[in-house]
Write a protein that binds this ligand. Structure first.
Ligand SMILES: Nc1nc2c(ncn2[C@@H]2O[C@H](COP(=O)(O)OP(=O)(O)OP(=O)(O)O)[C@@H](O)[C@H]2O)c(=O)[nH]1
Ligand SMILES: [Mg+2]
Length: 267
């Protein structure tokens, strides 16, 4: 089943794509009814939240749409932000993948982010004669929120476009700053591998960068579908293993807490 999301609801909260959840008032009449409802059948499948990042035109949307719909889109239509959700079987377990396809056109966002870090106050300005500049004010506030909600990242560049490769450095820095986690599930993806004759980013440079970051490097083609499933499934496996590590760690803490609370005192 495939759903393209703009906003979706869960119990007691509304989530707008990957942005910060907005809590809404509980409805007392519904709460009253809950007791009479049949017990929930099976638990919802685990949700893995993936974010596509990379410069404009590198193929983030083409990869996403190939994964979702088995189709290659020839036309280039710059993305603002689109969210998709699909049920897939990951190593025999049914899970849901939630993909946030972000805008790459904002090539200077990470550089701008450096200026932001040093600021102590901001005037967010738009022109009353230009609606686009007004829309953009929203983006200035939400970009970090997008990244905050991601559990794993596909950082995409085009092997025909060295600037898009350079830009991965800034995306990586921004993600690490927002997530504050060196081991966040992350794949470096060199797309357009069908265009080898137009290759302008040497393979060595790609593998060296991935080794320096200690992340996997995979080349894909959204056109031929080469390695498309692989990058999404490999990333989900990383997210899954990360979650189980985290839950094991927190279970350890719970046990510690419990043992403290119920500690025997020998008098
Ligand atoms: N030959 C080839 N073309 C591709 C491939 N992936 C994407 N393209 C083409 O590159 C152009 C840009 O692709 P998009 O997927 O829209 O790029 P994007 O990264 O989503 O761009 P933004 O939304 O602006 O960030 C389109 O014309 C695609 O058809 C690929 O693997 N091979
Ligand atoms: Mg796009």
């Amino acid at each position: 089943m495939i759903i393209k999301l703009k906003s979706y609801c869960t119990r007691n909260k509304v989530i707008n794509d990957h942005q910060t959840p907005l809590f809404v008032l509980k409805c007392p009449s519904l709460l009253g009814r809950r007791r009479k409802m049949a017990p929930r059948a099976t638990a919802a499948p685990t949700l893995h939240k993936v974010i596509m990042v990379g410069s404009g035109g590198v193929g983030k949307s083409a990869l996403t749409l190939q994964f979702m719909y088995d189709e290659f889109v020839e036309d280039y239509e710059p993305t603002k932000a689109d969210s998709y959700r699909k049920k897939v079987v990951l190593d025999g377990e049914e899970v849901q993948i939630d993909i946030l396809d972000t805008a790459g056109q904002e090539d200077y966002a990470a550089i701008r982010d450096n200026y932001f870090r040093s600021g102590e106050g901001f005037l967010c300005v738009f022109s009353i004669t230009e609606p686009e500049s007004f829309d953009a004010t929203q983006e200035f506030r939400t970009r970090d929120n997008y990244f905050r909600s991601g559990e794993g990242f596909l950082c995409v560049f085009s092997i025909t476009d060295p600037e898009s490769f350079d830009a991965t450095q800034e995306f990586r820095e921004q993600i690490l700053r927002v997530k504050n986690d060196e081991n966040i599930p992350f794949l470096l993806v060199g797309n357009k591998s069908d265009l080898q004759e137009k290759r302008r980013v040497p393979l060595d440079a790609c593998t060296e960068r991935a080794a320096a970051w200690r992340v996997p490097y995979v080349e894909t083609s959204a056109k031929t579908r080469d390695n498309v499933d692989k990058v999404f499934f490999d990333l989900m496996r990383e997210i899954r293993s990360r979650k189980s590590d985290d839950s094991r760690a927190s279970n350890g803490q719970v046990k510690k807490g419990k043992s403290k609370r119920f500690k025997c005192q020998i008098l």
